[in-house]
Every structure is written in structure tokens, then in C-alpha cells.
Design a protein around this ligand. Structure first.
Ligand code: ASP
Length: 341
């Protein structure tokens, strides 16, 4: 019996070809993908395509598009064994992180991929990315999917989606998962790192469409006008991207401004400007302020994962307990709960 995979095409470079008259890239009709990559027919799985009405540059993908992808997966969940989302590379880590929180109790693979060069380009990376992603999206052992989470496959590596970041706009090897091991690797043999895979326990599959938009992300820098924080629009969660392992300017002004935000009910989450490692509140004197005002450590979360986790959790009626308690928990393998303790 061949496994069935639904390929959801949202846009991005992977679905483009060069218009040789104008010299620019344009989207091709994705229904013709089987003509462009006939090798899909040689794989040991049946592939169907669902295309977005209009292919999007991934900078146009946001909350509404995440919900649309969620709805397509929900509608087709029982009909397919795996899902492959073709997506622009620029915001793929945000979409992968958001979907990881939205899709509860996954027991089937949801793989995202894209490419740095369009499919019609001679040196394209699209073909390998797409074919191997289909392989991972249909990989089962004893009637159980091996990958039961949202992952990104790119340039020979399978990575946990909510641990990734786009690292390079130039190299084929565009993604990194600095704080978590790779889930699989494609070489002569296709490998899977079974110990690293995420497993849901006791939750039935469902899609949670709750996403709060009142989130602000701020990167601090030496010499900045910190007072401008007081003029933020309505903010339920402020994610502060601070230095190193969690440090910030050690002055009265910092405490006054952050305390006043907390008094107005804003949750403050602290993440690191370093791509590897994370937050250890209390390690340096210049991080103690966060303990004092009741800020939440983002531990080893990526910025993309912290933002989408905050969107998912803030005011979500499905969660019991406080925002801080839930944010600190490991929900989908996105953080190490003991990080920085
Ligand atoms: N700008 C494109 C996008 O993210 C880049 C790509 O697909 O690689 O949609």
C-alpha cells in the first residue's frame, strides 16, 4: 500500500521559473509540478497537490495564512499519511513554529521545504529538497509515522521546525537548529535520529486557531533611547531580545520603565541576541532586574519560536494556569525547561 502525501503549495522561490524574455522570476502553475519533476512519480508514495489561490512571497505569510494551512491539514488529516508544505524560505521558521503550536496531538509528519533557487534553474536545490521531503513525509515503520511533528527539511537536513532560524540568504544550507540536534540527514542513506524525535502523549489531533496579535518584539542595543518603550502601542506581551545570556543596562531607568510596563499588565519575555545558547537570569548582576520585575525567561527558544508561542498562549482559553507558567513549559519540544537553572 502506497502512503498518501498532501503537498500544500503556498508560494516562494520553489514554485517560480525564469521568464527568459523579461529576465525576472515568476510563479508557474503548480499543478504542473509533476511535469517539472517527473521523478515524483517514481517515489513510493501517492502525491496530491493543494495550491493557495495566489502564490505568496513568504513575507506575505502571517496569521491568516497559518490558519489557512491549519484548516487544510485539519480537513485532510484522516485522508493523508503525511503533509508537505512548500513555502518561501524567508519566513519558513515562523510558519513552522506557529504550526507546531497550532497542531495538537500530531501523529503524522508535517514537513516544510522550499528552495534558494527556482525549480527551473539549472543549479536548483528545489528538486532534492522536494523529493527527500516527500520521502520523510511518507516514512512509516510498523504502521506508525516516524516523524510526528512539524519539521523543516532543507539541504540534506531534517530539523525540528520550532528550533530553526533562517541563517543564510546566500547558501543552500540556509537553516540552523543551534540548540537542538538534527532529526534526520540525507546522504547515501536517509538517516533518522530516533532519540531526537518528538512524541505527543495522550492528546487527540486538533487545530488550535487562537493567535493573539498584541505582541511586540524589541531588540535592545547599546546607546538606545530606552524610554521609547513607554510609547508602545497596546501590548500584551513584550519580547525583549537582550544581550548574551540575559543582560541589560543596569540603571534606575531600566527598572522604572520595565516595572511600569509590568504594572500595566504587560508580560515581558526575555530572549537572547545570540543564536546559540540562551537566557540564564541571575548569572550576571545585569540580569537580576528580570527576576525582580517578574519577567519570563525565554530559555533556549529562538526568537521565531518565542513570538509564535506568545501568540498561541496569550489569552488562549484552552490553557489553565498563568501565561508565565505555560510559557515556561516545553509544549512541542521547543525548549529545554531546565535551561539556565
Ligand atoms: N522571498 C522568497 C520567499 O521567502 C525567498 C524564497 O522563497 O527563498 O518567499
Amino acid at each position: 500500500m502506497k502512503r498518501k502525501v498532501l503537498m500544500i503549495y503556498t508560494g516562494g522561490t520553489i514554485g517560480m521559473e525564469k521568464d527568459y524574455t523579461s529576465g525576472s522570476l515568476k510563479a508557474f502553475n503548480f499543478e504542473h509540478i509533476f511535469e517539472k519533476i517527473p521523478e515524483i512519480g517514481l517515489l513510493d508514495c501517492e502525491v496530491s497537490v493543494h495550491s493557495f489561490a495566489k502564490p505568496l512571497d513568504s513575507s506575505d505569510v502571517g496569521v491568516e495564512e497559518w490558519k489557512e494551512i491549519g484548516a487544510v491539514i485539519e480537513k485532510n488529516y484522516s485522508l493523508y499519511d503525511g503533509f508537505l508544505i512548500l513555502h518561501g524560505t524567508d519566513t519558513m521558521s515562523y510558519t513552522a513554529s506557529a504550526l507546531s503550536y497550532m497542531l495538537k496531538g500530531l501523529t503524522k509528519p508535517v514537513i516544510l521545504t522550499g528552495s534558494q533557487l527556482p525549480i527551473g534553474d539549472l543549479r536548483t536545490d528545489a528538486k532534492e529538497n522536494l523529493l527527500t521531503s516527500l520521502y520523510y513525509a511518507s516514512l512509516y515503520e510498523n504502521s506508525e509515522a516516524l516523524v510526528q511533528e512539524v519539521a523543516i527539511y532543507f539541504e540534506y537536513k531534517l530539523l525540528r521546525g520550532n528550533r530553526t532560524l533562517k541563517y543564510s540568504a546566500e547558501y543552500f544550507d540556509a537553516y540552523r537548529s543551534p540548540n537542538y540536534p538534527i532529526l534526520g540527514e540525507s546522504g547515501v542513506h536517509l538517516k533518522i535520529n530516533k532519540e531526537a524525535l518528538f512524541r505527543n502523549t495522550g492528546v487527540n489531533f486538533g487545530v488550535d486557531y487562537h493567535l493573539c496579535k498584541d505582541i511586540v518584539f524589541w531588540r535592545i542595543f547599546p546607546g538606545m533611547n530606552f524610554e521609547s518603550l513607554l510609547h508602545l502601542p497596546k501590548t500584551k506581551v513584550l519580547i525583549l531580545q537582550v544581550f548574551g545570556s540575559g543582560t541589560i543596562f543596569n540603571c534606575d531607568e531600566t527598572e522604572i520603565i520595565l516595572s511600569s510596563l509590568r504594572k500595566n499588565g504587560t508580560e515581558i519575555v526575555v530572549v537572547s541576541q545570540c543564536v546559540s545558547g540562551g537566557i540564564s537570569i541571575g548569572k550576571y548582576e545585569n540580569s537580576n532586574i528580570f527576576g525582580k520585575i517578574g519577567a519570563i525567561s525565554g530559555k533556549d527558544l529562538t526568537a521565531e519560536s518565542a513570538i509564535t508561542k506568545a501568540m498561541h498562549l496569550m489569552d488562549n482559553p484552552l490553557y489553565e494556569g498563568s501565561f508565565a507558567e505555560n510559557f515556561s513549559k516545553n509544549l512541542r519540544g521547543e525548549l529545554d525547561e531546565n535551561f539556565g537553572d
